[in-house]
Design a protein around this ligand. Structure first.
Ligand code: ING
Length: 301
């Protein structure tokens, strides 16, 4: 039996004006709870340090930049890395990244995977950016991810960490089967992800009644069809006027939700991840190497 105890660290709203230190202190408190419950890996949400600002139009460049981290770690986040080292707990953190590389100033919706020594062992930049670039003033809130972020340029990758291979996804990625498959083809046994998901879809209100179902359906299907565990952590509750779902969970390779949040606030959701179960499903149901032949798919997949 090869077990890793993981925790999805669901967060309630990060209020506009709540400074990074407050968000980081909440993350540390959740990490301490998770460590006390035996967790070795804690998964924080997408954009864990700020409100999900793509929900409104920001036209001032400096104001927009204020929601981004220019380095990871940095002085505001360092206490979380220090807590990880103190507690011997690794973590995934979603945050918004300002990159000033050779390609100039670029903004990404990003995440890092940090091992139990507090070392960054993996990084990812969100590829499936939902929403739109031009604001829709008639809608009650926006999703301006296509305006604020560049498409991630790091690809889908699995990282050697915690004695296995762990892949990172971010929010909308979890709805696309290709996301999990790209990780599974690289040997990932666990996918970790955070999300900010409104309860209401302004352009498709007919789907609102199914938003919680679709959240778990996406992760359950991804887990089962790729013989992997999926750990999803929500930023939940009414944040800057937008009601976001919780439902943070741990999903087994069987597709079963083995642990799920009960609140819409700060809450840890702990489960023992059995890597042997992923191996069983890979061996007996989804043996990608033996049974998935690209020629079956006309070169399209
Ligand atoms: N949020 C939402 C998500 O994928 C969304 C956007 C909701 C798209 C519902 C489609 C349907 O959960 C982010 N941040 O991607």
């Amino acid at each position: 039996m090869s077990l890793i105890t993981v925790a999805a660290a669901q967060m309630g709203p990060v209020s506009p004006g709540e400074d990074r230190r407050s968000a980081v202190d909440r993350c540390i408190a959740l990490m301490e709870q998770a460590a006390a419950a035996g967790a070795e890996l804690v998964v924080f949400p997408e954009a864990a340090l700020t409100p999900f600002f793509p929900h409104w139009l920001i036209e001032d460049e400096d104001e927009l930049d204020s929601y981004f981290e220019t380095a990871m770690p940095n002085p505001a986040v360092e206490p979380l890395f220090a807590a990880a080292r103190r507690l011997g707990v690794g973590f995934h953190l979603g945050y918004c990244e300002l990159d000033r590389g050779p390609a100039g100033k670029r903004r990404f919706n990003s995440a890092v995977l940090v091992d139990r020594q507090g070392t960054i062992v993996g990084a990812y930049r969100k590829i499936h950016l939902p929403g739109y670039a031009e604001p829709r003033p008639h809608e009650p809130f926006q999703n301006l991810e296509k305006r604020y972020f560049s498409v991630g340029d790091l690809g889908f990758r699995a990282f050697d960490a915690f004695g296995t291979r762990i892949g990172i996804l971010i929010c909308n990625d979890r709805r696309w089967p290709e996301s999990y498959r790209m990780l599974a083809l690289q040997g990932a046994t666990i996918a970790v992800l955070g999300y900010n998901t409104p309860r209401h879809h302004p352009a498709f209100p007919e789907s609102d009644r199914l938003v919680v179902f679709h959240n778990h359906l996406s992760m359950q299907a991804g887990a089962y069809q790729n013989a992997m565990w999926v750990v999803g952590a929500a930023k939940a509750g009414v944040e800057a006027g937008v009601d976001q779902i919780g439902g943070s969970c741990v999903v087994a390779p069987s597709g079963e939700v083995v642990a799920v949040a009960e609140t819409e606030g700060d809450e840890i959701v702990v489960a023992a991840v059995d890597l042997d179960l992923a191996a069983q499903y890979r061996a007996h149901v989804f043996d990608l190497a033996a049974n998935r032949r690209p020629e079956h798919y006309g070169g399209l997949l």
